[in-house]
Design a protein around this ligand. Structure first.
Ligand code: 3PG
Length: 210
């Protein structure tokens, strides 16, 4: 199951990382992304509206691959499962959270920034990890160096943090990178202004570079 969901993310190539303040924006947001050809959203648990937003999208837009981001505790894993999230991610790695996600069959990509983080992720059976914060940590060159000794494990990477339309192709040209992520596609400013056509345009431009 885990492989299947992450394969779907890999075939899409870009995951919008989104903080939603008001769950009433859930459907216009999902529709704007769908219209731009991007049937995926990582809704982060950085706002109180996250669970309701995920639940609304999961129930009303079944074609959308909706996941939970910034999942920091076993309780938030439970909230993500209950809301209908199809995958979860976090900026860092926490063994308790990963073990709990496994008992719930929740595909989980933890964040890593060092070889030691990556080895912990592999020990905990992760097939995909976030590389965070991707650009400040050293960009594609850094990830290439970190990933090299682990190529035989088949682990895939989702770089986020400083990824933009301009550097997206540099990341996706690396075979280990399954999909990039970032907040630029559906920014807080566009969501709060209801600027859905801009979200659609950003999605379209990103998809065109995959
Ligand atoms: C994340 O959690 O993936 C990051 O906040 C995304 O970083 P960005 O704002 O630089 O895209």
């Amino acid at each position: 199951m885990t492989t299947h969901i992450f394969d779907q993310l890999a075939s899409i190539g870009v995951v919008p990382v989104i903080a939603v303040d008001d769950a009433k924006d859930a459907l216009p947001l999902a529709d704007a992304l769908l219209e731009g050809g991007l049937p995926v959203a990582e809704i982060t648990f950085r706002t109180d509206a996250a669970a309701e937003t995920i639940a609304t999208i999961a129930a009303e837009r079944p074609d959308m691959l909706v996941g939970a981001g910034t999942v920091l505790s076993p309780d938030q894993v439970d909230e993500a499962v209950k809301a209908g999230a199809k995958f979860s991610l976090s900026p860092g790695i926490d063994a308790d959270v990963l073990k709990h996600a496994k008992t719930k069959d929740m595909p989980f990509a933890p964040g890593i920034m060092t070889p030691s983080d990556l080895q912990l992720a592999l020990k905990l059976d992760c097939s995909m990890v976030k590389f965070f914060p991707a650009m400040p940590a050293g960009g594609p060159k850094m990830l290439k160096a970190i990933a090299a000794p682990y190529a035989h494990t088949g682990v895939g990477f989702n770089p986020t943090g400083g990824v933009t339309l301009d550097n997206l192709s540099d990341w996706l040209s690396m075979p280990q990178v399954r999909a990039v992520g970032g907040t630029w596609i559906a920014s807080k400013a566009d969501i709060s202004a209801g600027n859905w056509s801009h979200v659609t345009e950003n999605a379209r431009q990103a998809v065109a570079r995959v």
